[in-house]
Structures are given as structure tokens and as C-alpha cells.
Ligand binder design. Structure first.
Ligand code: FE2
Ligand code: FE2
Length: 312
């Protein structure tokens, strides 16, 4: 159930949600997972089948990314629960929530069929991972609608970046995997655009509430896959491969969206609590930017050293 304290805020934003929903539906191009999956590469699994890494030419870090990306998509029932709780089941909000759920479901179908047919990951580990993750039911639970809008904007964009970079990493090995991840990333981009703009409208209606929510969600941000078995180790592999890391997080999200599009530094009409939250958040983002640029320098140095070693 939507919080009583969120009812007026969500009502106030509903006409904007309707406009953005219409824009989303107009931009959406229907696509079918079955047309992307390379079925001719599939064959039956024998009863005593045991997967081994020789089945695939995809490197281990790409397999980590695909494993985490798919299990994240699989956890959809819990995201639906929270998104409907935050935004409600009625009117344009409810229509959006259900439509979004239907689109997300397609992603798991496409990625799972691809991985199963190509034998890119161990199907037993994958299924056990899904059971473990979903039985745990661990998902981020933003407390208010304002928190929810901020969180899902950050999360959809992070997911777009992660799917897109996974596709780019696959490209030299398998064009089909590249195409699937690219297509899924296009959907994530449209989800991001809906949330980015409804959040922007939220900032116009109630900047003080929104900036306090934003501070909580930026400083506490975690990807929605935290309940996946070995999530920490997989995340490290994904970051080391440059598929999703601290630099992406700063340069791809905090800088262009929080500072740029939402204009955190320029927000007007903040009360005392809002102003204090903005100050703390600006400091946090500045610090994050410094860490990201140091990481970038170190990475460039390492790459230059590796080049020298190769040349020698
Ligand atoms: Fe998705
Ligand atoms: Fe999405």
C-alpha cells in the first residue's frame, strides 16, 4: 500500500506520469526474444551432463556479468512488489508499473534462452543461484515514493550501462550475445528516461523532500543483485573488466544525471533540511569524483606499463 504521506505527492505527479507513459509507449518498438536466440546452436542435455568452461569461448568475467545480469532480471517479482507498494496500482502509475513489469520479464526470457542454448554458463549453478536468490527475497526497499523514484532512476541507468558494456565485451566472441544485450539495454534506457523525468518533475513539486531522498539513495546505493550467491566476487570481476565500476558510476550517473540533468547544485526553494541534505550530497559527490579520477589515472598507468612490457 502506498504510504498515506505519499498520496498527495503521487496524485500531484500523476498527470506527468501519464505524459511520460504515453511517450514511453510511443517510443517502444515491439521485439521478440525467440528471434534473437540462436536455436540452431542448441542440442539436448544428456542425463549425466556436467558443464565445463570448455563449452564456451566467453571469458570468466563476461560469464560473471551474464550470470549477475540474468539473476537480477529474475528477481522481478520482488521489484514489482516494491514498485507497486511505492507508486500504487491505480491510474497512470499503476499502468506504468504493470507495463514496466511485462517489459522486464522479457529480458530474463531472452538472456536465459541465449545462455542455455549456447551453454555459456553452468545451467545447474544458474538454476541453483536463482532458487537461492529468490528464496532469500533480498531487494533494496526504498522507504518512500521520492526515494523510490531516485533509486529506480539510478538503478535503471546502472543496469543499462552494465547490459550495454556486457554486450560490448561479448562482441568479439559472439555477435548474437552482443545483439541480445544491446536490445535489452535499449529497454533499460527507456525505463531510465521515464524515471529520470518523473523524478525531475518531483524536484519541481517538492525539492526539499526530493533532495533528502536523493541523498539517502545516492549515498546508500547498491545494485539490486545483492542477494545473488557470490555477488561480491562477481561484482569484483565485473568491475575489473570495466563492465560496471566506480568510474562508470560517477561518470555515467552521478555527473550527468544528479549534477547535470537534475541540477543538484542549482535547485531552488529548499528549506533548511533540504539545504543541509544538498550540502552533504554535494560533498559526497565531489569526493566520489576525486576517487573516480584517481582510479582512472591508475588504470591508465597500468595500461601504459602493460604496453611497455608487451613492446619489450
Ligand atoms: Fe531489465
Ligand atoms: Fe529496466
Amino acid at each position: 500500500m502506498v504510504l498515506d504521506s505519499d498520496v498527495a505527492f503521487l496524485d500531484d505527479l500523476e498527470s506527468e506520469a501519464e505524459v511520460l507513459l504515453e511517450r514511453h509507449l510511443a517510443a517502444h518498438k515491439e521485439w521478440h526474444p525467440h528471434t534473437f536466440v540462436p536455436w540452431s546452436r542448441g542440442r539436448d542435455f544428456e542425463d549425466d551432463y556436467e558443464w565445463s568452461p570448455e563449452e564456451t569461448n566467453l571469458p570468466v568475467e563476461i560469464r560473471s556479468a551474464l550470470f549477475v545480469n540474468l539473476l537480477t532480471e529474475d528477481n522481478l517479482p520482488y521489484y514489482f512488489r516494491d514498485i507497486e507498494r511505492m507508486f500504487g496500482a491505480d491510474g497512470a502509475w499503476g499502468t506504468w508499473v504493470r507495463r514496466w513489469t511485462a517489459e522486464e520479464g522479457r529480458h530474463a526470457v531472452a538472456i536465459r534462452d541465449y545462455l542455455t542454448v549456447t551453454r555459456a554458463v553452468d545451467p545447474v549453478v544458474l538454476e541453483r543461484g536463482r532458487m537461492a536468490q529468490m528464496s532469500g527475497g533480498e531487494v533494496p526497499e526504498p522507504p518512500t515514493a521520492a526515494d523510490g523514484m531516485c533509486y529506480v532512476t539510478l538503478q535503471e541507468l546502472a543496469t543499462r550501462i552494465s547490459h550495454r558494456n556486457t554486450g560490448r565485451a561479448i562482441e568479439p566472441y559472439d555477435r548474437v550475445g552482443y545483439d541480445i544485450m544491446r536490445r535489452v539495454a535499449v529497454d533499460e534506457n527507456h525505463h531510465f528516461l521515464f524515471y529520470r523525468d518523473i523524478t525531475k518533475a518531483g524536484f519541481e513539486r517538492d525539492p526539499s523532500q526530493m533532495v533528502q531522498a536523493l541523498e539517502r539513495q545516492v549515498t546508500g546505493f547498491a545494485m539490486p543483485g545483492t542477494g545473488i550467491p557470490d555477488f561480491g566476487a562477481h561484482s569484483k570481476a565485473i568491475a575489473n573488466a570495466g563492465i560496471y565500476d566506480f568510474i562508470n558510476h560517477y561518470e555515467g550517473i552521478l555527473e550527468p544525471v544528479v549534477l547535470g540533468y537534475w541540477g543538484l547544485a542549482e535547485l531552488e526553494g529548499l528549506d533548511g533540511d533540504g539545504e543541509a541534505a544538498r550540502e552533504r550530497l554535494m560533498k559526497y559527490i565531489t569526493k566520489t569524483g576525486r576517487v573516480a579520477s584517481r582510479m582512472k589515472e591508475r588504470r591508465a598507468e597500468k595500461a601504459a606499463q602493460a604496453e611497455l612490457v608487451n613492446a619489450g
